[in-house]
Structures are given as structure tokens and as C-alpha cells.
Design a protein around this ligand. Sequence first.
Ligand SMILES: C=CC1=C(C)c2cc3[nH]c(cc4nc(cc5[nH]c(cc1n2)c(C)c5CCC(=O)O)C(CCC(=O)O)=C4C)c(C)c3C=C
Ligand SMILES: [Fe+2]
Ligand SMILES: [Fe+2]
Length: 322
Amino acid sequence: MKTGVLLVNLGTPTAPTAKAVKTFLGQFLHDHRVVDVPRAIWCPVLHGVILPFRSPKVAKLYQSIWWPEGSPLMVVSRRQQAGLSAALQEAGIDMPVALGMSYGEPSIGTAWQELKDAGVDRIIILPLYPQYSVSTTASVFDSWARLMKPERMLPAFRFIRDYHDHRGYIQALAESVRDHWDAEGRTDLLLLSYHGIPKRFEDEGDPYGHQCHRTSELVAAELGLERHEWRTTFQSRFGREPWLQPYTDETMKALPGEGTKKVSVICPAFSADCLETLEEIAEQNKEIFMKAGGEAYHYIPALNDNPAHIRMMMDLVCRELV
Ligand SMILES: C=CC1=C(C)c2cc3[nH]c(cc4nc(cc5[nH]c(cc1n2)c(C)c5CCC(=O)O)C(CCC(=O)O)=C4C)c(C)c3C=C
Ligand SMILES: [Fe+2]
Ligand SMILES: [Fe+2]
């Protein structure tokens, strides 16, 4: 048997333009795992309001964070793919690594075809979401299951559901905070901000929020922080229903008034920097905090292609080889 690795992330527009953002959001927001409102109600809202009005606004935000090589999420994902591939080779393990995105290109189908062409008949699927959510991880599984429908001979496969408490992941996050504090100075508070989900999803059994809290506890313990020195919040609300709380933006507004003037922010749910970290956290929330009387605000980058992150991926994958 020949084993291959399929790294999966969310996906991103092909260009920072309203047209490309509309195509991306259209595919993303049609996914029932992301928005579970009945189509008869959702499609008119999506096509009539959200796509025409949100796309040009969001395109401007993408323009503000776009790198010369492309969308940060895509650039970093390709570096992760290359990093893991090189690490496996160095360890003498012959295992192709493909990259697939839930929305847009390269799709999970494109990645599967690459692996098939390389003769792979056993696959390890690693969705790069440390905390499981129905809106992200389960959606990767749906895509995979759809892709397998026309296949006669299924490959053997392993699906890495989550790694929110994996030792290498916690250590990589803690190391990243320590390195940042060594370079920039320590702050009063470490805020661990996670992408949110609707509260209703949690009530219906999504363990995402609990896993986020567990990650925070483990990182704080690894850093030896006292309880008042760290907090967990949730960002990137979408739509009108309540999402997991406390919200990051409301917390930022309140912190200086409570006496916290210096804050460091890390976003452990994002394995790669993207719009939601580089714009929403590093820019928007900084502005909110500073306007409210904050004195120092540090965004600690995602783990991206840090050697410790690649080592963690290698460990996750190699555990599936037995
Ligand atoms: C880290 C895990 C993520 C979860 C959980 C998640 C849930 C979730 N997201 C939306 C809506 C949007 N998310 C958007 C961007 C975005 N989301 C994630 C990750 C998670 N989403 C990433 C990595 C990104 C950035 C992609 C990039 O190109 O950089 C967007 C698009 C931007 C915008 O219009 O604001 C939307 C919309 C929902 C509804 C949801 C759970 C139900
Ligand atoms: Fe539709
Ligand atoms: Fe999202």
C-alpha cells in the first residue's frame, strides 16, 4: 500500500476583487454545515443581500492584507504542504502530501486526483482545524464522502478529527507566545481569541467551544500563567443569532477600563494566518483596544509553517501509520 497525506483548510478567494470574493462566499455560504437555514429562506437572503453587498466590502478587506504572492491563507498552506513533505522525506518516509480546500481551488477533488496519480491507495486526511466543529471538520468529511461516491475501489483512509489537546500543538503555541514576549515584552494579559460559531450549534452538540476552552487551559498551564493573566474570547460573528461568548471585540473595548492596558492576542483555531487574523485581529481589534485607552497591543502570528508546527503535523500523521 502507498500512503499519502491530504491537508485541508477552508479556502480563500483567488483575487481580492468583489467578483472573486462573491464566487468564494457563494460556495462557502451554500454549505449546509455552515448555514443550516432552510434553502427557501436562505437562498433569497444570500443571493439578494449578502453576496451583492458583502462581497465588495470584504474584497476591500482582503486588499488590505493581500501578499505579493497571493492570499495569506493560500501562501501559508502551500508552505505547510512543502514543509511537511520535506520533513517526511528527511525522515526517510516516502509519502506524498497534497493540499485541498473546502471551498475554491485547489479543491479536495483536485488534491485526491494528485494523490491517485502518485499511486496512493491509503490516505491520511488532516483538516487543519485543531478544534472540531460541525461547520468546518464535518464539512471536510462531507466533501470526502461525496468524492468517494463514484469510486469503485475505496482507498483505506484515516480522518484526524481534531488535535485541540495534542502536546506538540500546545507546546508550539506556548513557544510562540514565549518567543513573542522575549522579543516584544510581556503584557498584562494573554487573550486567546477563537473563530466563533453560533451558540445554537453548541447546544446541538458541537464540542468546538469546549475544545477551545481546553486548548486555552493547556496553553496557560504550559506557560505557567495565573488565572487572571489569560482569557478566552470568540471572534468573527456572522449573522444575527447569538454566537459563542464572550465576544473578542466587546472584550477589547472593555479591557482598558478594567485596568488592562497591555494585551497580547493569539488565535489558536487558525493554523494559518488569514483575513480573520491579519485584518480582524491585528487591525480592527487593535483599533478598538487602543481607542478604548489601551497602551500596547500585540498580535502573535498563527503557527503557519513554524518548524514546531510542521513537527506537530508530522507527529499527527505518523501516529496514523500504525
Ligand atoms: C478556524 C475555524 C473556523 C470556524 C469554526 C469557522 C466557522 C464559520 N465561519 C463562518 C463564516 C465566515 N468565515 C469566513 C472566513 C474564515 N473562516 C475561517 C475559519 C473558520 N470558520 C477562516 C480561516 C477564514 C478566512 C479565509 C480567508 O480567506 O482568509 C468568512 C469570509 C470572510 C467574511 O465574509 O467575513 C465568512 C463569511 C460561519 C458562518 C461559521 C460557522 C457557522
Ligand atoms: Fe442558492
Ligand atoms: Fe469562518
